[in-house]
Design a protein around this ligand. Structure first.
Ligand code: PLP
Length: 429
């Protein structure tokens, strides 16, 4: 049953809005009214498990008392002031706390407000570093095939998902694709990487990729050791390693950051999504002291980094980010570690479904790849169907994604598995 409020909002939405990544002519709006723990509620009172943690950013569930309190307390002091030429306590304290848990190669935090801007900043910092050091031919970037690093033009320039990016080709700076190592032992990708580095490291600024797993590419898992070996090659050939931990960061893969699992220290690291617990737009690019120090000089030398956004380091977002990090360390990381094996067991069951081609998992990042039926991809239909079983899911083509809040409980996982299986069964008919 749909009530008057819902009907009115849906009608107005249809008149005035244009939603991201959405074919508006075919879309029916679902109006979310509130969130509680791992669940969302629509304006008709229906309850759904947030199976994609509100686009991969929610960490500790919705309406968390400690996170709410952090925002409210900060709101009584300062909602916003610029970080250009001024500073503030939540921004300073969060930067300190981030560096405590980040790889030890990183010593500087540059804030922005989305994953895309964190990536733009890393690319620009690497580029300007080489210019400042007199290595002016180092202007190109290496990336993985099928890479996704965001939707702003610089981030699209190091992207490789044709469906999203091809049309913008004429607007982009070129990047060099290294074949994705997923589904292989990684030796071919590493060989191609070394060939490129040997041939033209003089013109390459950095290699950017997501450690352990490429998320939006379809949850493509890298073979063990790829990250470590790629990092060694970057080091050997004098090319920056930029790790995009926008999706993998803040506990998602079972460790605070994915790169810890192979003991890798990047030169630049991009963070967003979970950084504020999924409450407010915030991002950070973490840089090494070597990169940072190249930008130092007298004001007149004009070496500084000319980049910033109005809402850079918003104090409300930083305050909630600080509390989110504390919660992760106190309890949420432990829940992730407990839940990962149970997710694997559920996926093993799903893997035997005749319509499931492959299941892929790194920590609490999951892709369930479906076989096409009569040449049609089922991903979107399965996700639409899952709603009627009380779970919000989103697909990446023929891959159904599970990215629940890190506070997922056993009963939530049962619902997630049940809804996904029922939805696949219904499409199979
Ligand atoms: N990098 C990665 C790995 C991502 O998964 C995403 C978003 O999904 C981005 C960057 C872009 O983040 P945002 O949507 O916050 O701009």
């Amino acid at each position: 049953m749909t009530n008057d409020l819902t009907r009115g909002l849906v009608e107005l939405d249809r008149q005035v809005l244009w939603h991201p990544f959405t074919q508006m002519s075919e879309w029916s709006p679902l109006v979310i009214a509130r969130g509680e723990g791992n669940y969302l509620f629509d304006t008709d009172g229906r309850k759904y498990l947030d199976g994609v943690s509100s686009l991969w950013c929610n960490v500790h569930g919705h309406h968390h008392p400690r996170l709410d309190h952090a925002v409210r307390t900060q709101l009584d002091k300062l909602a916003h002031s610029t970080f250009l030429g001024l500073t503030h306590e939540p921004g300073i304290r969060l930067a300190g706390a981030l560096l405590e848990v980040a790889p030890k190669s990183l010593s500087r935090v540059f804030y922005s407000d989305s994953g895309s801007t964190a990536v733009e900043i890393a690319l620009k910092q690497s580029f300007q570093y080489w210019q400042l050091r007199g290595r002016t031919s180092k202007q190109k970037f290496l990336r993985l095939g099928e890479a996704y690093h965001g939707d702003t033009l610089g981030a699209v320039g190091v992207g490789g998902i044709d469906l999203f990016h091809r049309i913008f080709g004429p607007l982009l700076t070129s990047s060099i694709a290294i074949p994705s190592p997923s589904g292989t032992d990684g030796s071919y990708a590493l060989q191609r990487l070394e060939e490129e580095l040997e041939r033209r490291s003089y013109e390459i600024a950095a290699f950017i990729f997501e450690p352990l797993i490429q998320g939006a590419a379809g949850m493509l898992v890298h073979p063990p050791g790829f990250l470590k070996r790629a990092a060694e090659l970057c080091r050997r050939y004098g090319v920056h390693l930029i790790l995009d931990e926008v999706a993998t960061g803040f506990g998602r893969t079972g460790t605070m950051f994915a790169c810890e699992q192979e003991g890798v220290d990047p030169d630049l690291m991009c963070l967003a999504k979970g950084i504020s617990g999924g409450y407010l737009p915030l991002a950070a690019t973490l840089a090494s002291e070597e990169i940072y120090s190249a930008f130092l000089g007298s004001h007149g030398e004009m070496k500084h980094f000319f980049h910033g956004h109005t809402y850079t380091a918003n104090p409300l977002a930083c305050a909630v980010g600080l509390e989110s990090l504390a919660l992760l360390r106190e309890s949420t990381m432990a829940n992730v570690r407990e839940r990962i094996p149970a997710i694997k067991v559920a996926l093993d069951r799903l893997a035997s479904h005749r319509l499931v081609k492959q299941v892929r998992q790194v920590g609490m990042m999951v892709g369930i790849e479906l076989h096409p039926v009569d040449g049609q991809f089922l991903g979107r239909e399965v996700c639409d169907q899952a709603r009627s079983h009380g779970v919000i899911l989103r697909n990446l083509g023929d891959v159904v994604v599970w990215m629940p809040p890190l506070t997922l409980q056993e009963s939530d996982l049962e619902l997630l598995e049940h809804a996904t299986t029922r939805a696949i069964d219904q499409r199979a008919r």
